[in-house]
Design a protein around this ligand. Structure first.
Ligand SMILES: [Zn+2]
Length: 247
């Protein structure tokens, strides 16, 4: 399995750095995971080669480019139809409102929406994906990806609460958000992790490798990596657009 980083910017994109988005590849299977601002145009393959889309939650920095994909796949001479979209129900509801499309519209022709929540498991080509509820301010799923006895867990957005970390136990790579640093944690919005939280959780669940993502553009990424390494007690990777990780 390979993870190609399309975008990793937390909260908003900057030039050359889209918001949350990854291409997860196993054999001939390619899944676009999270469709944050700027990720559609930055897909590393022709979008018609994407087999399915998985979205963690309805916040625009994780799903806004579903609108870009809808336009690209729908408004062309030969539209693409039936692209599987796995996400919490609220993502679909939000997309319909934004595009002003109902369930009997071309939105439902372009996407084959399949709601997912805690306990759901799906096979997408050569990949097995299972979902669990995260500690965020809106319904959010984390996803565990498995193939050939290798595993990846992607947090989407989350705080440290709840039982999600049990679902990530022993993964080969924990790809986790790290929206805060020790100096700027926001106790009024505990639904994100600090880099030190990420390192602590990765160590506690026995993750073999930790990769940080979703660091806002105004923060020093080197400091985030440093803080995570203090608690993980091992080198920590950083998701940057164009980078790839073999799982
Ligand atoms: Zn969010």
């Amino acid at each position: 399995m390979r993870v190609q980083v399309i975008g990793s910017s937390g909260t908003f994109p900057t030039v050359g750095r889209p918001a949350s988005g990854y291409l997860i590849v196993q054999g001939s299977t390619r899944v676009w995971c999270d469709a944050g601002f700027g990720t559609f145009a930055a897909l590393p393959v022709d979008s018609d080669l994407v087999d399915a889309v998985v979205v963690s939650h309805q916040h625009p920095d994780h799903c806004a480019d579903l609108a870009a994909a809808f336009h690209a796949w729908t408004y062309r001479p030969e539209p693409r139809r039936g692209v599987p979209l796995y996400a919490p129900q609220a993502v679909w509801d939000r997309l319909g409102l934004f595009l002003e499309k109902g369930d009997d519209s071309d939105l439902s022709l372009t996407f084959d929406f399949r709601p997912v929540w805690t306990g759901d498991q799906v096979d997408i080509g050569d990949l097995s994906v299972s979902f669990t509820e995260m500690d965020h301010s809106v319904p959010t799923v984390g996803s565990r990806w498995e193939a050939n006895n290798r595993s990846l867990f992607f947090t989407g957005d989350t705080g440290p609460g709840g039982s999600w970390s049990e679902h990530a136990a022993g993964v080969d790579i924990l790809l986790t958000e790290a929206s805060y640093q020790e100096s700027n944690k926001n106790p009024e919005y505990p639904h994100h992790l600090s880099a030190a939280d990420a390192g602590r959780i990765a160590r506690d669940i026995g993750a073999k490798k930790l990769v940080l993502t979703h660091i806002p553009p105004y923060m020093d990424v080197a400091l985030s990596v440093h803080e995570a390494e203090q608690t993980f007690d091992r080198p920590v990777g950083l998701a940057v657009p164009g980078a790839g990780f073999d799982v």
